[in-house]
Every structure is written in structure tokens, then in C-alpha cells.
Design a protein around this ligand. Structure first.
Ligand code: CTP
Length: 398
């Protein structure tokens, strides 16, 4: 099943490092080619000799090999690997990965990785539960890394709780599942709009909204993982996803987003309109900063063009168009109205009345409605899982 798959195994400083030996044996037995990269501290927990013997390859830990004067190229490792599996992943390494610190070979390799990264965290339960660790995990998840949740049980500290690294057999199953996953969007082109738009009033002020872009980014990452080529048109937002199959088109205003979307839609199989596009824009942008004068200030706003509606008009029978509706009242009625008026194939409804759904959250609770008024309700989930649910619905139509 894993024949000739190139797996780079990253080992960090944790008692669970001993399990990396069994894991390596299991991977090699399945036919995988395994190379090992260790953090300096990991060598205190398991020896490079053991790992080199089991993987049939020299272990890399330093930037240079002083014996033969060779440079261990993290870039070459990033190109070589089909999967970067970090097991165990310590709290320290995950924190550095989340912030881009790269003070050892494992971390520079992470930043150079082109393939999927999978992490099996291992640490004390309180470290795992700490908001800092959970925050870092959430960042890593949002960037498309697969996290193999630790299990609960007896820990090296003697305490009992959540933090035990998954057993090597379980990790092997996850690796096999990853490689067997059908790339169900292989060769498809997906256009995604995400984030807010900023409509300028003068050189220093704008009308915007609270959209974080997270939902659109999660759909972009999932689509790319499923093999799609993604064009992501993104308004001003931070935390943009990185993936070799995602091309980012950065825009600021609704007008710029409209122009980019209309152009790119022609070559797309699917378009997902996840952006919170401003409905109105100032009629005139003041060339200089507006000074305070008088008691009131009136800015005349004019409507922006509706991107989803325009794509709905241009849509061919082969193209799938998906819109979003974030509503605060009469949710279903409003969503169905938008589905019909914009000629969408699917609309994803989220209600501002649901806790944990809407702008800024890492979670979302959606209802998907299709053209035949078929309604599908989903539970509150992480936006990555919500993205997978939405893509499953799109694949059904495709
Ligand atoms: N949308 C768009 N272009 C616009 C406005 C909205 O592409 N100028 C898209 C959104 O990305 C979303 C869908 O249309 O997929 C619905 O957006 P929403 O703001 O909820 O709907 P509006 O049509 O603007 O209606 P209203 O604001 O009155 O609820």
C-alpha cells in the first residue's frame, strides 16, 4: 500500500520518541522509503543510530554533516517527500511551526515542505490543554496540516489525561488512509472568493466588515488537498493559505473582486462565493483626507455589482456556482431567495443566531440548500470540516 511512498519522519524531544522506532519499522515493512530528521533534543530521547538502522538511511539533524562536509538541504527534503510526518510533535516544535521560527533542520524543512504535513502531538495533558498550545494547533490546522489528536490515558508524568501520542499502528492507518484518499477534485479548477472588501472613502478611511476570510481559506485548502487547482480571490485579510495548487489574487474593493472573478470564472469548473462583499461603495473617493467640519457628514453610497449574480448569469451547464448567506433573521427564506435570484446551484446558510458561527470564529454551523430545495443541516464543526462537507456536496453535483 505504501510502496515507494517517500515519507520524511520528523522526531522532536518527547518521551514518546521511542514509539518512532516502531513506527519506522511499520512504514518500512509497508514498502515506504523513510528518511528521518530529528531536532537536537530528540536525540536525547532516541538515538540516531537506532533510527538510521531502522530507516536504512542516515539520520539528519544538523544543517551540515561535519564528517563529509555535506550540507543537509531542507529544500531538497521538501521536494523529495510525499508526506512529512512529525511524530512525536512537541508543544515547543508546534509553537515554532505556527510562528515560522526555523532554528533547527526539522523546522527549516517544515517551511520548505511542498507535500502534506501530518502531526502526532505528544505532551503532558496540561501543556496540551493550554490555550497557547490549542491556539497553535488551530493555526496549524487552518494551514492544512493534519493533526492526529492525542488520546487520553496514562502519561509519562504519572498523570492521566489527554496528551498520549497515537500508537504507531494508528498512525500507520492514518498514513495509509491519507495515501488512499481519492483525489476527487483532481484536474478541476475552483474559483473561491474570500474575506472582506474595503471601499475607500478617502486616502485613510474605508467602509469594511468583520469577515476574517477563514471559511474561504479552509475551502481553498481542502480543494487543493483534493487535487483541485484553486484561484483564491481574497480581500484584505491575514493568514492566507499556502499550497502549491492555490494561486492567490489579492484585491481590495468590491469592484476589483468583481473584475477578477468575472475573468477567472470563464476557466473554472466551480466557483464558491465565500467573500463578504460590500453592497455599497462611496460614490466619490475624496482625493485628500477629509477634514472634520460641521455637525454631520453625509457620504453618498452607490451599489456595488453583485459578483455571484453576474456569475450566475454567465454560468454554463457544466459549471457549479455556490453562494453563502449569513443571515440574522428569516434565515431559510432569505437564503432560498438568494439561491434563486443569483441562479446558484447551492447556497450555504449560516445564522448569526447560532453560537460559534459567522465572522471570526474557527467553527461554523451550516445548512446547505440545493436548487431542488433539498436541505441538509450540519452540526457546529471546525471550519476545515465544514469545508469538507461543502466540497462533498459540490462533488455530488459534479
Ligand atoms: N455576493 C457577491 N457580490 C456582492 C454581494 C454578495 O458575490 N456584491 C455574494 C456573497 O459572496 C455570497 C452571496 O452573494 O455568496 C450572498 O451575499 P449576501 O451579502 O448575504 O447577500 P446580498 O445579496 O448582498 O444580500 P443582503 O446583503 O441584502 O442580505
Amino acid at each position: 500500500m505504501l510502496k515507494d511512498k517517500k515519507i520524511l519522519l520528523g522526531i522532536t524531544g518527547s518521551i514518546a520518541a521511542y514509539k518512532a522506532a516502531t513506527l519506522t519499522r511499520l512504514l518500512v515493512k509497508e514498502g515506504a522509503k523513510v528518511k528521518v530528521v530529528m531536532t537536537p533534543l530528540a536525540k536525547e530521547f532516541i538515538t540516531p543510530v537506532t533510527m538510521a538502522t531502522l530507516s536504512n538511511n542516515p539520520v539528519m539533524s544538523d544543517f551540515f554533516s561535519y564528517d563529509d562536509g555535506d550540507w543537509h538541504s531542507h529544500v531538497a527534503l521538501g521536494v523529495w517527500a510525499d508526506l512529512f510526518l512529525i511524530a512525536p510533535a512537541s508543544a515547543n516544535t508546534m509553537a515554532k511551526m505556527a510562528t515560522g521560527v526555523c532554528d533547527n533542520l526539522l523546522l527549516t524543512t517544515y517551511l520548505s515542505m511542498r507535500c502534506q504535513v501530518m502531526l502526532a502531538p505528544a505532551m503532558d495533558m496540561d501543556m496540551y490543554a493550554h490555550p497557547a498550545t490549542q491556539g497553535n494547533l488551530s493555526i496549524l490546522k487552518s494551514r492544512g496540516n493534519i493533526i492526529l489528536e492525542p488520546s487520553s490515558g496514562e502519561l509519562a508524568s504519572g498523570l492521566s489525561g489527554k496528551g498520549r501520542m497515537e500508537e504507531p499502528e494508528e498512525i500507520l492507518e492514518a498514513v495509509k488512509k491519507h495515501f488512499s484518499k481519492k483525489k476527487s477534485l483532481d484536474g478541476k479548477k475552483i474559483l473561491i472568493t474570500a474575506g472582506p472588501t474595503y471601499e475607500p472613502i478617502d486616502p485613510v478611511r474605508f467602509i469594511g466588515n468583520y469577515s476574517s476570510g477563514k471559511m474561504g481559506f479552509a475551502i481553498a485548502i481542502k480543494s487543493a488537498e483534493m487535487g483541485a487547482q484553486v484561484d483564491l480571490i481574497c480581500g484584505p485579510a491575514s493568514g492566507l493559505p499556502t499550497h502549491p495548487l492555490i494561486k492567490i489574487h489579492q484585491v481590495k474593493t468590491a469592484g476589483e473582486m468583481f473584475a477578477a472573478a468575472v475573468k477567472l470564472f470563464k476557466k473554472s469548473d466551480v466557483a464558491v462565493m465565500a467573500a463578504a462583499v460590500a453592497d455599497f461603495t462611496p460614490e466619490k473617493v475624496a482625493p485628500e483626507k477629509i477634514k472634520r467640519k460641521g455637525d454631520e457628514m453625509i457620504i453618498k453610497l452607490v451599489p456595488t455589482k453583485d459578483i455571484a449574480a453576474e456569475l450566475g448569469k454567465a454560468k454554463t451547464k457544466k459549471q457549479v456556482l455556490v453562494g453563502f448567506a449569513l443571515e440574522s433573521q428569516d434565515e431559510m427564506k432569505n437564503a432560498v431567495k438568494k439561491l434563486k435570484s443569483k441562479n446558484l446551484d447551492l447556497i450555504v446558510l449560516n445564522s448569526l443566531r447560532d453560537k460559534g458561527a459567522g465572522f471570526g470564529f474557527d467553527t461554523n454551523k451550516i445548512t446547505v440548500i440545493d436548487k431542488d430545495n433539498k436541505i441538509c443541516n450540519f452540526e457546529l464543526k471546525h471550519k476545515n470540516e465544514v469545508a469538507a462537507d461543502i466540497l462533498d456536496k459540490i462533488i455530488e453535483i459534479l
